[in-house]
Design a protein. Structure first.
Length: 634
């Protein structure tokens, strides 16, 4: 059966990815201290601070570390597992205690720890330098593998039909429903919502940049709740789950947020399952019973005591079931990450409809964790933007980077509804992405189509760096690339552009700027150079520098892109992932400035076409050769 073979292949690819990550982690450990300190998943040295209890009565250890503004954010995020290590000379010793990140700030981090671990870490830190290292989180891999195994084993008709529609040969079916009116949506958004309502197994809301994907998805969920008691809403990341949950709550929808409290935003904590559970009127009695049972645990005791304990346990179980059912029963939406759908509190819960937001960034295995609890699924996302993160090149080549949403879009196009009207970009900025990625089907809203920073400006400019001396370089530790001369030119260009706009207009209209580079090394370099210039200090809140991934889901009035690559061989590395460039280009509302080497990039068909587009629709500026260049550029 095609679907079973497809799921088996997913298992194999996941195992390849897990083994690759595990081996990479071991290589980092074997690389000694120097190998770790250049890794975004390591902080060294750290200062071990105070110990306190959080709102959920867990021990939290604070650590501090030196953080500089020009550095990229590290890879530490709430909920991620870490381990401590200490050093003596060149010797690095691992500590056995695993902790979890609770909060991350600038130069400070809170870690959830056990009491034994806390004592050991604090004692060690008195005499040794210590650091923290992200460790491989095997929980997600286990959840995905188990979900795939279950999906292959199940034989109930409803699930088999859904499985065969998603990865088999069965054609999707649709109900015939009266057309619902949505006067506040545009035509393509309204059609997408109607398709969601009519789909029996699967629907896809394909939302290119700025097309109101979240607005459409929220409307589809609310309209579905007119017909169903409860739905599950999920996404690959906690940030995405919190965002869609927040939009639903603002529309008056009752949401219960299931997941590790460490990974839930402060804004959503009051809606978390744990908080709702603890706020239940019967929780006080349950807490008292649990305390009594702990105090009386151990020993056989008299028959009367055993009977008393039996009754206490029975009452505890009764209260736990009652509170859990009422917490879920009062919610119209149960929200969790795809992996979070494997949490024990959801083990026996079933939903008629599952909505997966940002589905184009989700590994297929993660989708099956949540799909196993539902009768039908609605994907929402854009497979022409950032893909899921795959670390193993062989697994990516084998198809692990192909998401379930992509497969449905390719194999079952009748399920897909494209949102066509975008409300973010000037028409010229939109035009190239529309033609290359979306078949020329996008159109700009009249509200934004002609917007420019100034009336005489163009929407797109390419600064050609082919005459710049120097070229790219590669960091031997991080392997990331940078280009010092291009970075200097970019900052000079941005400064000139800001002077042209004028401080009054920038202040009055709150014009903001984003600097994007695909390479972390270039982002670090640009941040450092900006910090050295007094001119930009007054604009530090309005100028953001980050990687393409760091700008996903964001927008700025003006975007400046540093392409970095400049070599005689025409090597462009992962600039070949054109989806990343689509994200970079479409962050801008009114202006895109691309700083790049036409001779290096122009050998690739995509960048050659992009250059032609800018020449025809924007401004092309060629940097003079060294002897002709004004010294102020340097």
């Amino acid at each position: 059966m095609k679907s079973i073979a497809a799921l088996q292949r997913q298992q194999e690819l996941l195992q390849m990815e897990y083994e690759y990550e595990r081996q990479e982690y071991q290589r980092k450990l074997e690389g000694g201290l120097s190998g770790r300190t250049h890794d975004a998943g390591c902080l060294y040295p750290v200062e071990v601070g105070g110990l306190e209890r959080d709102a959920l009565d867990h021990l939290v250890l604070t650590i501090r570390y030196e953080a500089s503004e020009e550095e990229l954010e590290n890879d530490f995020e709430p909920g991620k597992p870490v381990a401590f290590f200490h050093t003596s000379g060149d010797t690095v010793t691992e500590m056995p205690h695993q902790c979890f990140v609770e909060k991350v700030g600038s130069g400070v981090m809170a870690l959830r720890v056990g009491s034994v671990a806390a004592q050991s870490i604090r004692e060690t830190a008195k005499n040794r330098l210590v650091g923290v290292q992200l460790v491989v989180d095997s929980t997600s891999f286990r959840a995905m593998e188990e979900a795939l195994r279950k999906a292959m084993r199940r034989t109930d008709d409803g699930f088999v039909r859904l499985r065969e529609t998603l990865v088999g040969v069965q054609a999707p079916e649709f109900r015939d429903l009266p057309r619902v009116s949505f006067p506040w949506l545009n035509e393509s958004q309204a059609v997408a919502v109607q398709t969601v309502l009519e789909a029996r197994e699967v629907a896809v809301v394909h939302g290119p940049p700025g097309t109101g994907k979240t607005t459409t998805l929220v409307e589809a969920i609310i309209e579905t709740l007119q017909r169903e008691e409860q739905v599950m809403v999920s996404a690959p990341s906690n940030a995405a789950v919190d965002w869609i949950s927040l939009q639903l709550m603002r529309r008056g929808v009752s949401v219960v947020r299931v997941g590790n409290p460490l990974r839930i935003s402060d804004e959503m904590l009051d809606c978390s399952y744990e908080r709702r559970y603890a706020a239940h009127p019967d929780y006080g009695e349950l807490w008292s019973i649990r305390r009594l049972l702990r105090e009386q645990a151990g020993g056989n005791g008299k028959e009367s005591k055993r009977e008393h304990l039996r009754k206490l346990n029975a009452r505890k179980l009764e209260l736990e079931i009652k509170i859990e059912n009422e917490v879920f029963g009062q919610a119209r939406v149960v929200a969790c990450t795809l992996i979070g759908a494997s949490y024990q509190v959801l083990e026996h819960r079933h939903f008629s409809t599952l909505f997966i937001d940002e589905a184009a960034q989700a590994l297929e295995g993660a989708c099956w964790v949540a799909i196993g609890k539902c009768d039908r699924v609605v994907f929402s996302g854009d497979h022409q933007q950032l893909p899921p993160t795959i670390k193993c090149p062989a697994a990516a080549r084998g198809g692990l980077d192909q998401t379930l949403m992509q497969k449905v879009v390719r194999e079952k196009p009748e399920c897909v509804r494209l949102l066509r009207v975008q409300y973010r970009m000037n028409r010229t900025i939109m035009g190239f992405s529309s033609e290359w990625f979306y078949g020329g089907k996008l159109e700009a809203s009249e509200l934004v189509g002609e917007r420019l920073v100034t009336p005489l400006d163009s929407a797109m400019t390419w600064i050609d760096t082919k005459n710049l001396e120097g070229g790219e370089s590669q960091n031997q530790h991080t392997q990331s690339r940078s280009n010092i001369e291009e970075a200097r030119l970019l900052i000079h260009t941005l400064r000139d552009y800001i002077d042209m706009i004028g401080p009054t207009k920038i202040a009055d209209e709150q014009i903001d700027f984003g600097i994007i580079s695909p390479y972390r090394g270039q982002v670090r370099l640009i941040r450092r150079l900006l910090k050295m210039q007094h001119f930009f200090r007054k604009l530090r809140r309005q100028v953001t520098v980050n990687t393409v991934d760091g700008f996903q889901g964001q927008e700025r009035d003006v975007i400046v892109i540093s392409m970095v690559r400049a070599n005689d061989e025409g090597q462009i590395g992962f600039l070949r992932d054109l989806r990343r460039m689509n994200v970079a280009l479409t962050r801008a509302k009114m202006k895109v400035i691309i700083v790049g080497n036409s001779e290096t990039l122009g050998r690739h068909r995509f960048y050659g076409k992009l250059m032609d587009y800018v020449r025809e629709n924007g401004d092309w500026v060629e940097v003079p050769r060294e002897e002709e260049t004004d010294s102020s550029v340097r």
